[in-house]
Design a protein around this ligand. Structure first.
Ligand SMILES: [Zn+2]
Length: 306
């Protein structure tokens, strides 16, 4: 009997060591990305950009009911007067959306099946050829996998804009997405050299900026888009819904420390910052997986804001 117990304890100890070997570097790495938050004036200056975005819409690729509410996989389409478009996040294709939903079902006994609206290239239809740039809020697979079907339909011709952290810092949850993006049809786009107030801009896409958020993943990026009189802030997965942002609710301990290594001090700082900005008429924060929050500001594709 004794030897059985010894084997079981050895296996448990080895499993703990293996988990720590995986988790500790990821936790240390995500804590290296903490640039000072940009000043309000720097974000508002985007509204002064000549030839800024003229239309903004969202595309819902899939969704799933979870115990705490619905998780929606949403991409954002920014459009300029000349017809050029920029896409933020690509969602997942049909099969990957089902696989992802099955994974969440393992963690949430009340989770439903995936409802798939379509993949990003089906939903963009012929508009896909006008997408000349892409950006990601972060490189988790539910935000990047659709790049495969995007590329199949689009071919070469679009650039990807990534901050240095998003390009270079990966962990066990983002490596797959990073490789997928690096090997995709997307050509490397460039920000204007040197960030002003930590905001990265590209002359090709006036009126939008990227900021290295960190917190959720080392490459987590805030996309700021000047639209009409407001600056819309796309916060990715800093929180999974708008309510958590406004009620200052962190994710569960198991989520932030075991499944998705987060810098919880940084996510707390960002939650407070974004909540305060959202109180002002000049800013609205849009949370990646929150459909109601997105619909409050944007209309679905094809029924765009005019
Ligand atoms: Zn996500």
């Amino acid at each position: 009997m004794n030897w059985i117990l010894r084997i079981i304890s050895a296996v448990i100890v080895l499993a703990i060591i293996a988990a720590l070997v995986r988790l500790i570097p990821a936790h240390l790495q995500v804590r290296t990305v903490t640039p000072p938050l940009p000043k309000d004036e720097a974000l508002l200056a985007l509204l002064e950009s000549p030839n800024g975005p003229t239309k903004l819409s969202y595309i819902l690729t899939s969704s799933q009911q979870l115990e705490r509410g619905q998780i929606s996989h949403i991409s954002i389409v920014v459009e300029w007067q000349d017809g050029k478009r920029f896409l933020i996040d690509t969602g997942m294709d049909h099969q990957e959306a089902k696989n992802f939903a099955a994974l969440l079902q393992k963690m949430d006994s009340k989770a439903g099946e995936a409802t798939v609206t379509g993949n990003i290239s089906e939903l963009l239809g012929s508009e896909i050829d006008s997408i000349s740039g892409l950006g990601y809020t972060h490189l988790h697979i539910d935000h990047t996998q659709g790049t495969k079907n995007f590329c199949k339909a689009r071919g070469k011709g679009a650039v990807v804009l990534q901050t240095t952290s998003q390009q270079q810092l990966h962990n066990f949850n983002t490596t797959e997405g990073a490789v997928l993006v690096a090997n995709s049809c997307l050509q490397k786009g460039y920000f204007t050299s040197g960030a002003t107030n930590n905001l990265y801009k590209s002359p090709q896409f006036p009126g939008i900026a990227a900021f290295e958020l960190g917190g959720h993943t080392p490459g987590s990026t805030l996309w700021a888009v000047a639209f009409k009189e407001k600056v819309l802030l796309f916060s990715g997965d800093i929180t999974n819904d708008a309510a958590s942002l406004h009620q200052d609710m962190p994710k569960s301990w198991a989520y932030s420390y075991l499944f998705v290594p987060e810098n919880t001090a940084r996510t707390a700082e960002i939650r407070k910052w974004l909540h305060a900005l959202d109180q002002s008429d000049a800013f609205s924060v849009i949370v990646s997986h929150d459909l109601d929050n997105t619909q409050r500001y944007l209309k679905e594709f094809m029924k765009r804001n005019d």
